[in-house]
Ligand binder design. Structure first.
Ligand code: NOJ
Length: 547
């Protein structure tokens, strides 16, 4: 049993959290200054999006030096200071490791560019000759996740592989030097008190031997690029290092089968991996139940959001299409389209967070979701920065809309985010009323509810066992330990059975024992009662409310 198994982890998107030096971009000093917010939320740990040296082509997921902090965010000393301050408040710190690829500005890639084809410097990456008469065609048919080909050609005629942007060359994990370098990176940060790492595209590091053409159906997930068996040797190796420090990992793993996911999350490998099925579900009780079932096992990290997907408050306020997620494009599956009923979406988002917090396993909150912030869908095209936007020629809006800086106060123009006249992405006017300062004054704000929920969670929900309670098909209800979580998606009010005990936390005010629609409640079963009476009944005209 490790602290991370049941942790509430708060994801900080560093450039959008708080700006300490007044340049309009969030940084480590800004984060340290806002640690009280995290302490008052009651989270166990933070995961920081990458703050290593980087040209920022993919906002830090393009690392040019894994043991340096980018000056945009501060220094290694600032990071150490942040770790110390977080630890002083009982908050652990996880960094974001990007092992699949580095940056074209990494010293190794520069060296590779200067070295001839076939050289050891090129063996640290995937360089290959092209096909066609003159090598003018890429070495295989693999595409980039961000759109376009997965290969870029150099002036000397060779091509290099990049699963993402051309600025992010894939490292060759068949090369011992790569393995050794990343061992050193782990130790470097563990020696500085870092408690663990989120591992970026953990299923991507190893490629199919020989890099053959993908022969599956067009548009299907390229099984030669992802989830190769050899990747597990890497994580067994890292586990031994982490063991020396008592450190931990959580893997960003997008694989279709539960058995495959379990291998990454096994205790001798990463120990924990995200199960994204809950994140991609619409507001539909049977789908939500199915996703919970999907993730019920040791080592699950739950999330409803992160820096790559549309925010829940917006998703749940759009038309809810009941369809199976596309395993080849789970990110797209997380997106909804059409007009947004934001008050409804925000209310559902808070309820969904409460459901997630009641589950066995670790729960990850993305910054701003404690405020139920909306996705900013109408950013001017001129300010968009995401490589997805750039590489798709503007046909995909990309992920900037969930990365808009945090509103701390009601004060325009930057709502306490920065002393600069403007934040790196413009914040909508509506952020003022959703700011931390404003929500702190409201007893039923998203912030107030989630503070209560995060703090109550561990006392109320214990053990790994979850028992479904028979309920209306449009209601998700389960018991865990001595507590019950009930989520009402039915569109109707529900009368909560008396033997389910008193309501401890709810996403909206509860009048008597009536749970309104689009709401979640936690109850604790009375001593002696088994708390599993058949089902909450729809409230009808004849149902009496307790006064
Ligand atoms: C997954 C990260 O979450 C995403 O933000 C990034 O662009 C890609 N991996 C590439 O590193």
């Amino acid at each position: 049993m490790s602290w991370i198994d049941e942790a509430v982890v708060y994801q900080v998107y560093v450039r959008s959290f708080a700006d300490g030096n007044g340049d309009g971009v969030g940084d480590l000093a800004g984060m340290t200054g806002r640690l009280e917010h995290l302490a008052s939320l009651g989270v166990d740990a933070v995961w920081l999006s990458p703050c290593f040296q980087s040209p920022q082509a993919d906002h830090g997921y393009d690392v040019s030096d894994y043991t340096a902090v980018d000056p945009l965010f501060g220094t290694v000393a600032d990071l150490e200071a942040f770790v110390a301050e977080a630890h002083a408040r009982g908050i652990r710190v996880m960094l974001d490791l990007v092992p699949n690829h580095c940056s074209v500005e990494h010293a190794w890639f520069r060296e590779a560019l200067a070295a001839p084809a076939g050289s050891p410097a090129r063996a640290r990456f995937h360089f290959a000759d092209g096909r066609g008469l003159d090598g003018e065609l890429p070495p295989n048919n693999w595409g980039s996740v961000f759109g376009g080909p997965g290969w870029t050609r150099l002036s000397d005629g060779q091509w290099y592989l990049h699963s993402f942007d051309a600025s992010q060359p894939d490292l060759n994990w068949g090369c011992d030097e790569v393995l050794e370098m990343m061992d050193d990176v782990l130790r470097f940060w563990f020696d500085r008190g870092v408690d663990g790492f989120r591992v970026d595209v953990a299923h991507g590091l190893v490629k199919r031997e020989g890099l053959p053409d993908w022969t599956g159906a067009p548009g299907s997930s390229n099984e030669f690029m992802w989830n190769q068996p050899g990747v597990h040797d890497i994580y067994r190796r890292w586990r031994k290092i982490a063991y020396e420090y008592g450190a931990c990992f959580v893997g960003e793993v997008w694989v279709a089968s539960v058995a495959d996911l379990m291998a990454y999350a096994s205790p001798d490998e990463l120990g924990q991996a995200f199960d994204f099925h809950l994140l991609v579900q619409p507001w539909h009780a049977p789908s939500i139940r199915g996703a919970v079932e999907h993730g019920l096992r040791p080592g699950t990290a739950w999330a409803l959001a992160n820096h790559d997907v549309h925010r829940p408050a917006t998703r749940y306020g759009q038309a809810q299409l009941i369809e199976e997620p596309d395993p080849a494009d789970m990110l797209a599956s997380a997106r909804r389209r059409g007009p947004v009923d934001l008050p409804l979406g925000r209310r559902r988002a808070v309820a969904a967070s409460m459901l997630m917090l009641a589950l066995p396993g670790a729960a990850y909150l993305y910054q701003g979701d404690e405020l139920a912030l909306p996705e900013v869908l109408d950013l001017p095209h001129s300010v968009r920065q995401d490589p997805i936007w750039l590489r798709s020629g503007g046909s995909e809006l990309g992920r900037d809309g969930c990365r808009v800086p945090m509103p701390w106060t009601a004060e325009p123009d930057t709502f306490g985010f920065t002393q600069a006249p403007a934040a790196w992405l413009p914040q909508p006017e509506a952020f003022g009323a959703l700011s931390v300062e404003v929500q702190e004054q409201e007893p039923w704000s998203a912030l107030a509810v989630l503070r209560r929920a995060v703090r109550a969670r561990k006392g109320l929900f214990t053990g790994d066992e979850l028992t479904w309670l028979e309920a209306d098909p449009d209601v998700v209800a389960f018991r865990r330990g001595r507590s019950i979580c009930v989520l009402n998606t039915s569109g109707r009010e529900l009368a909560l059975p008396g033997d389910w005990g008193p309501v401890r936390v709810s996403s909206v005010p509860i009048d008597g024992r009536i749970l309104p629609t689009d709401a979640c409640a936690w109850l604790s079963v009375a001593e002696g009662g088994d708390g599993v009476s058949p089902s909450p009944t729809p409230a009808t005209a004849g149902t009496t409310k307790e006064s």
